[in-house]
Design a protein around this ligand. Structure first.
Ligand code: CA
Length: 240
């Protein structure tokens, strides 16, 4: 059930694309390949990947142009980009980073290094995609075994509640609006009502139980937040 992060490889040399794709697949990623900028744009319009590996020198539009465009588009600006290039000059590296790339890797590269960098950008930009254990207070979630526990008691969660909790725990103490949660948990291009979020938050609180359930706060007019230290309502208000 573990989420496999999607990686879009934009690379015009099939041998390199294939090498990267094979290594990504063996390491739990879901690679897709675009041979040029037009194909890459089509892929991106269809599904947002979790990371983009972007070659600099492409037929048609360059990787640099694509990076700039994707960074200025609200839909794609959150997707981490790693530029792949034979250019190792400092000036070029700076241009790549200025265009909005998160990282930069110079060809020829070791696939180990590439994988390490992919994991690193995911950890920075989308910690919930990397897996592993997240613990907030006594609440613990293990993405690789698909387990949630509170004070070492196992809890049973549905798949949507699990994803919702995983997202909230990976971005704890921050307030998330309903539309942000829809986008991040249900995915891009999914058209559901914002009220659906409320339904799943309610189910999630029920699944967490009386104590852990309070860690998910409703922030009036703003959305939801997972916090290690819930503000408990004073008894006078709670009894109304
Ligand atoms: Ca190339």
């Amino acid at each position: 059930m573990r989420h496999q992060p999607g990686v879009l490889i934009v690379e015009d040399e099939p041998a390199i694309a294939e090498l990267i794709a094979v290594n990504l697949r063996h390491n739990g990623f879901r690679p897709t390949w675009a041979i040029d900028s037009a194909t890459a744009q089509c892929e991106l319009d269809a599904v947002l990947p979790d990371v983009i590996l972007l070659d600099w020198m492409l037929p048609g539009e360059s990787g640099l142009t694509l990076a700039k465009r994707w960074r200025s588009n609200p839909r794609t600006k959150g997707v981490p980009i790693i530029m792949l290039t034979a250019r190792g000059d400092e000036v070029d590296r700076v241009a790549g980073l200025d265009a909005g790339a998160d990282d930069y890797i110079t060809k020829p590269f070791s696939t180990k290094e590439l994988l390490a960098r992919v994991r690193a950008v995911l950890r920075r930009r989308a910690p919930e995609k990397v897996g592993g254990v997240v613990s907030i207070g006594a609440l613990s979630l293990d993405a690789s075994t698909y387990r949630v526990s509170f004070k070492e008691q196992m809890l049973k969660l549905g798949p949507t509640e699990f994803k919702l909790l995983q997202y909230l725990m990976s971005h704890a103490e921050r307030v998330h609006s309903r539309s942000q949660l829809l986008d991040k948990v249900w995915g891009d291009h999914v058209f559901i009502e914002e009220r659906t979020v409320d339904v799943h938050v309610k189910r999630l609180r029920e699944a967490l139980g009386a104590n852990a359930g309070q860690m998910i706060e409703t922030v009036r007019g703003a959305g939801y937040r997972l916090t290690a230290q819930p503000v408990l309502a004073p008894p006078s208000q709670a009894s109304v």
